[in-house]
Design a protein. Structure first.
Length: 220
C-alpha cells in the first residue's frame, strides 16, 4: 500500500465515524487502571521545567490530550481526520488541535518535550513505521519522551464496519520486539514496557495490549 492510499483510507474512515467514535470511547480510560498508570508515568516525565509542549499524535476526539492536561501536561493534539479535529475542538475548546499526518509532521526539529502515539500507529503499514518513528525522533527535543500504545500480535485485519458505520480500514497487530527494534533504530532509548492482557471490554475481538516508554538522547 502506498503512503497516499493509506492516508486517504484512514482519513476517510475516521471522518465517517468521528462523532460516534468520540461518544463510544469517551469514558474508556475509566476502567483501565494500567493504561492510566502509563499515562501518569509519562506525564511525570514530561513536566520538567525546561520541557516543551507535548504532542498527542493521532489524537482523535482529544480524550487523551484532555487526560494529559488534567495531569498537568501542556498538551496539544494532531490528527489526520478534519472531522476528528472538529469534534476535539468542540469537546475541549480550551485545548489546541491541528490537522496533520504522522508521516510528515508540521513541527520544527527538536521542539516538543514529549509525544504520545496512543494506538495511532495501528493503521500504519509496517513498511511506513520507520518513517513515522523517524518523524517522532525529529520533532522531540533532546531528553524528550515518547509513549506509544499498540496491539500485540503479528497480523493485519481488514475492517468493513466499525463504530456503527461501514468503512474500509486495515488494523495491524505488531510484535513488541519489532516495535522495540524500530524504536531503537530510530535513535530512541526504550525505558519501559508494559504488556497487559485484554480486559472484559476488549474480549474476544482484541488481544494483548502494549505500552512503551522511550526517550531521545541528549546530543553529546
Amino acid at each position: 500500500m502506498t503512503e497516499s492510499t493509506y492516508l486517504h483510507a484512514t482519513q476517510l474512515a475516521y471522518d465517517t465515524v468521528a462523532a460516534d467514535y468520540a461518544e463510544l470511547l469517551r469514558d474508556e480510560l475509566d476502567t483501565k487502571p494500567l493504561d492510566r498508570a502509563m499515562l501518569a508515568a509519562f506525564a511525570e516525565l514530561v513536566q520538567a521545567p525546561e520541557a516543551g509542549e507535548v504532542a498527542d499524535l493521532g489524537c482523535g476526539p482529544g480524550r487523551i490530550t484532555a487526560h494529559l492536561q488534567s495531569l498537568g501536561v501542556n498538551a496539544f493534539g494532531i490528527d489526520l481526520s478534519p472531522r476528528m479535529v472538529a469534534v476535539a475542538r468542540r469537546s475541549h475548546p480550551d485545548l489546541r488541535f491541528e490537522q496533520g499526518s504522522m508521516t510528515a509532521l508540521e513541527l520544527a526539529d527538536g521542539t516538543v518535550g514529549g509525544a504520545v502515539a496512543w494506538y495511532s500507529t495501528v493503521h500504519t503499514p509496517p513498511e511506513l513505521l520507520p518513517k513515522v518513528f523517524g518523524e517522532i525522533h525529529r520533532v522531540l527535543a533532546p531528553g524528550g519522551h515518547l509513549l506509544i500504545a499498540f496491539k500485540v500480535g503479528d497480523e493485519r485485519r481488514h475492517l468493513d464496519r466499525g463504530y456503527g458505520h461501514e468503512l474500509s480500514l486495515d488494523v495491524y497487530w505488531m510484535p513488541p520486539e519489532h516495535i522495540a527494534e524500530l524504536v531503537s533504530k530510530t535513535g530512541l532509548v526504550l525505558d519501559a514496557q508494559l504488556i497487559r492482557e485484554p480486559d472484559e471490554s476488549e474480549r474476544p475481538r482484541s488481544g494483548r495490549q502494549a505500552f512503551f516508554l522511550a526517550h531521545k538522547l541528549y546530543e553529546s
